[in-house]
Write a protein that binds this ligand. Structure first.
Ligand SMILES: N[C@@H](CCC(=O)N[C@@H](CS)C(=O)NCC(=O)O)C(=O)O
Length: 221
């Protein structure tokens, strides 16, 4: 049985969500963040040398890093039909866009947010600081790009919900509880609708109920 080690209100919600979307059985182990530091508790850090969520166990295999975990589950635990239902094949017209958004999220967007949060702490949150302005600007470019992309599109890769959406949701919704840049999504109505649409999915609601029942919000708008 696949074991998902879920760190409360963290990126490992993606792994639970994937299993809920596809109906893949899993055992959930939940760890709450350290109340003082808001970081992973010692038991979670002990799971993997890099000490970040997500972490899964599958028999003798222990794996971390969202992209690797998702690819592993799709290839080892999903049927071909299930895998195809949530990915875009190389012959599809949306394939290049699918790849772009799938990789952009963690390689660029999520990374930019973490950098923003660190610099914000170091500069005491002085929004006017030149470095912070430049960094925040990178995030705004991401939101503008996404806003444009979602015009007349329900999902980021095209017409169906895919892994690209499943990855993207965390930084633009859940994570905004920690790093509120941008403060409001009022300038990004398509992004707002998209967050609502994804947060309304039954599989996502089940994810929150099971993984973070105490968190008091489903999607952050
Ligand atoms: N790109 C990585 C990001 C991992 C990451 O930063 N995880 C955060 C949770 S959102 C974490 O473990 N934070 C707790 C800590 O640093 O103690 C992935 O998706 O696997």
């Amino acid at each position: 049985m696949l074991v998902i080690h879920h760190l409360g209100i963290s990126v490992s919600e993606r792994v639970v969500w994937l299993c809920e979307e596809l109906g893949i059985p899993y055992e959930l182990k939940i760890y709450q963040r350290d109340p003082k530091t808001n970081l992973a508790p010692a038991e979670y850090k002990a799971l993997h040398p890099f000490q970040t969520s997500p972490v899964i166990d599958d028999g003798d295999v222990r794996l971390s890093e969202s992209g690797a975990v998702i690819e592993y589950i799709l290839n080892k635990h999903a049927s071909e039909q299930q895998r195809q239902s949530i990915t875009v094949s190389k012959d599809d017209k949306d394939y290049a866009d699918y790849l772009y958004w799938e990789h952009f999220t963690d390689a660029s967007l999520h990374g930019s947010m973490m950098l923003n949060s660190t610099v914000m702490r170091l500069t005491g949150g002085q929004i006017e600081h030149e470095t912070l302005k430049n960094l925040a600007n990178r995030l705004y470019l991401g939101y503008e790009m996404l806003e444009k992309r979602l015009k007349n599109r329900k999902f980021v890769a095209g017409e169906k919900f895919t892994i690209a959406d499943l990855l993207l949701f965390f930084p633009i919704s859940t994570m905004r509880n920690f790093i509120p840049i941008p403060k409001s999504l009022d300038n990004y109505p398509n992004v707002k609708d998209y967050i609502q649409r994804l947060g309304d999915r039954d599989a996502y609601k089940r994810t929150v109920q099971k993984a973070d029942p105490q968190r008091g919000f489903v999607s952050k708008l």
